[in-house]
Write a protein of this length. Structure first.
Length: 374
């Protein structure tokens, strides 16, 4: 390339820059990626590290200041962003006995997976959802919700939200102006309140939607302002565990053991549009085959111990540990005990599938790689 051509290219570059234009030939390598960016790191947050700091926060950070007392899982590959992966937000939240968090709603969809304590609840659209360890409670986009702890011990749960997806689309919106059933005496208009009225009977979700294979014809298929989500807000661990254990004699998935997805009982689809929720059982000594897929996941160990090998990195996990699995990373699970191990996970696969972008590669027992495109 001649000096004259170089000068002309530099002049073009400066003119394009002044007009807020970029030359494709300069940006091509950053656009035409052969594989997804290697940004999110496999990482495990140990319960033994998080728990004492969370309980310390309970003594020094009043609920009135923070509203939601939480420690966020910050993936070391994301430069300090408060995200567990580039698409998922996750945290451990703690509430002291007697504390309440005020009502609000928002465009991100949220979930609670109960970790420790009893006596807690979330009120979602007038339904008081009582919490027990291992229960999944969802607060989908557009649903009013508030939390409280009526027990005599501290309550901890794991939050997972699709905040990074919503933020990347620039459609984040929070509302705090809940109108209760009471009216102002002078005007007759509804009054704003800090907490919701409980308007539905106890165990409403389970009574209506909790019997597999059956759906009341009179039950509403949509709840909340948006409605593109499961109408069942509570998924009980006792039922989930029993369902997994009933399948202990089945071969299961060579890549995930005995695994089940929480679904919308009205449609059979994912619980919420952008996130899928799953629980899996790894039987004593079980080792899965390796696979990789176009989706991120965050895992929580409910029972047992073992490790997940992620692109050659051994991530060891035990009770209440949390670990991140980045997209398109070869991984396999190993139960190192002589008892069943139970893992709960949340993945962005639902969003990836809706965009028609999900794909998977699997290694067979002989080591061959099979491509699976859905």
């Amino acid at each position: 390339m001649t000096v004259k051509t170089l000068d002309k290219r530099e002049a073009l570059h400066q003119e394009a820059k002044s007009l807020h234009l970029l030359e494709f030939w300069k940006e091509r390598a950053d656009i035409e990626l052969v594989e997804p960016r290697d940004i999110v790191e496999p990482h495990c947050w140990k319960w033994r590290d998080v728990e004492p700091r969370l309980r310390a926060a309970a003594d020094i950070v009043p609920i009135e200041e923070c509203e939601r007392r939480a420690l966020l899982f910050c993936n070391p590959g994301l430069g300090g962003k408060p995200y567990v992966t580039n698409t998922l937000f996750a945290a451990f939240s703690l509430y002291n006995p007697g504390e309440q968090a005020p009502v609000h709603r928002h465009t991100p969809s949220a979930s609670r997976f109960i970790v420790e304590g009893s006596g807690g609840y979330t009120v979602v659209e007038g339904e008081k959802c009582v919490m027990h360890r291992g229960d999944l409670i969802i607060t989908p986009a557009g649903t009013w919700h508030d939390h409280g702890n009526e027990g005599d011990e501290q309550l901890i749960w794991m939050d997972v939200l699709d905040v990074p997806i919503i933020e990347s689309l620039n459609v984040t919106h929070f509302e705090f102006d809940y109108q209760g059933s009471s009216s102002d005496a002078s005007s007759g208009h509804p009054m704003g309140t800090a907490y919701q009225d409980v308007s539905l009977p106890p165990d409403h979700s389970q009574r209506l939607y909790g019997t597999g294979g059956l759906m009341p014809l009179f039950a509403p298929e949509k709840r909340g302002a948006i409605g593109h989500h499961s109408p069942m807000f509570v998924y009980r661990w006792e039922k989930t565990r029993a369902a997994l254990e009933r399948l202990a004699d089945y071969q299961g998935s060579p890549y995930d053991g005995v695994i089940m997805e929480y679904v919308n009982p009205a449609t059979g689809q994912s619980v919420m549009p952008a996130m899928s929720f799953r629980s899996q059982m790894l039987r004593p000594g079980e080792q899965t085959l390796s696979h990789r897929h176009m989706s991120n996941a965050v895992y929580f160990c409910l029972e047992g111990s073992g490790y997940t090998e992620i692109d050659g990195t051994r991530v060891e996990w035990g009770r209440n540990d949390v670990f991140a699995l980045p997209t398109w990373k070869w991984h396999r699970h190993v139960n190192t005990t002589n008892e069943n191990a139970f893992l709960y996970s949340v993945t962005d696969e639902a969003a990836i599938r809706k965009l028609g972008l999900f794909r998977e590669e699997r290694k067979t027992e002989s080591g061959d790689i099979e491509l699976v495109i859905y």
